[in-house]
Design a protein around this ligand. Structure first.
Ligand code: DX5
Ligand code: ZN
Length: 221
């Protein structure tokens, strides 16, 4: 089944509790939380204290996307603060295998993200250790950017590789996904869809329902 992970980056941070509750009630699968450090990406968002507050009331798994340098310094902190999935960027991890083990040792699901310019073959020696791969379909740092169409080929090739190896690795796609292009992202092979502005810049209830309807239709095909 295809899963929906609303990104709270596009939510109203002053009403974060309500913004999360509304998408949970209408049936989203994860809450996608974007951590930005002002170094790896040219923007700043939130860290472990905010995650900890969210984890006190959130009922869906917290999918934490670390857009930061030296994420290994903070894995245990994010795990303690309530992360259920921790995604690190391959571009920031010279000792990726060790970082993935560190995430696993903290009892958290481990994922690796690839920027649009990072080729798939960089995953070759690590893919079997991962619960999820995140294909970035925009350059990370901001919500509301345009989907980069070449991401579709990358998703297809990753899907083929996962099938070839007989793995269960989830394929998450993040950036510029809306009701108009989500079908092509699913057809390419993604099974976890992140959407920020397509949900929170509209009526979140209707938007989540519309995404879920498309997922159902795609599953029937
Ligand atoms: C981008 C973030 C995304 C962002 C997606 O750097 O990783 O999760 O919130 O937002 P939209 O769906 O608006 O592109
Ligand atoms: Zn993200």
């Amino acid at each position: 089944m295809i899963k929906l992970a609303p990104s709270i980056l596009a939510a109203d941070f002053a009403r974060l509790k309500e913004e999360i509750e509304v998408v949970e009630k209408v049936g989203c699968d994860y809450i996608h939380i974007d951590v930005m450090d002002g170094h790896f990406v040219p923007n700043l968002t939130l860290g472990p204290p905010v995650l900890q507050s969210i984890s006190k009331y959130a009922t869906k798994p917290l999918d934490v996307h670390l857009m930061m340098t030296e994420p290994e310094k903070y894995i245990e902190l994010f795990a303690k603060a309530g992360a259920d999935i921790l995604t690190v960027h391959i571009e920031t991890c010279p000792h990726l295998h060790r970082t993935i083990q560190q995430i696993r040792n903290a009892n958290v699901k481990a994922a690796v993200a690839l920027n649009p310019a990072t080729p798939l073959h960089t995953l070759e020696c690590i893919i079997e250790e991962l619960d999820m791969v995140l294909i970035m379909s925009v350059n990370p740092g901001f919500g509301g950017q345009k989907f980069i169409p070449s991401s579709l080929v990358k998703i297809q090739q990753l899907r083929q590789e996962i099938e070839r190896r007989g793995l269960k690795t989830m394929i998450q796609v993040d950036g510029g996904i809306d009701l108009g292009n989500v079908e092509s992202v699913i057809q390419a092979g993604a099974n976890v869809i992140v959407a920020g502005s397509a949900i929170y810049n509209h009526d979140p209830v209707t938007s989540v329902q519309q995404f879920k309807q498309i997922f159902k239709n795609e599953a029937r095909k």
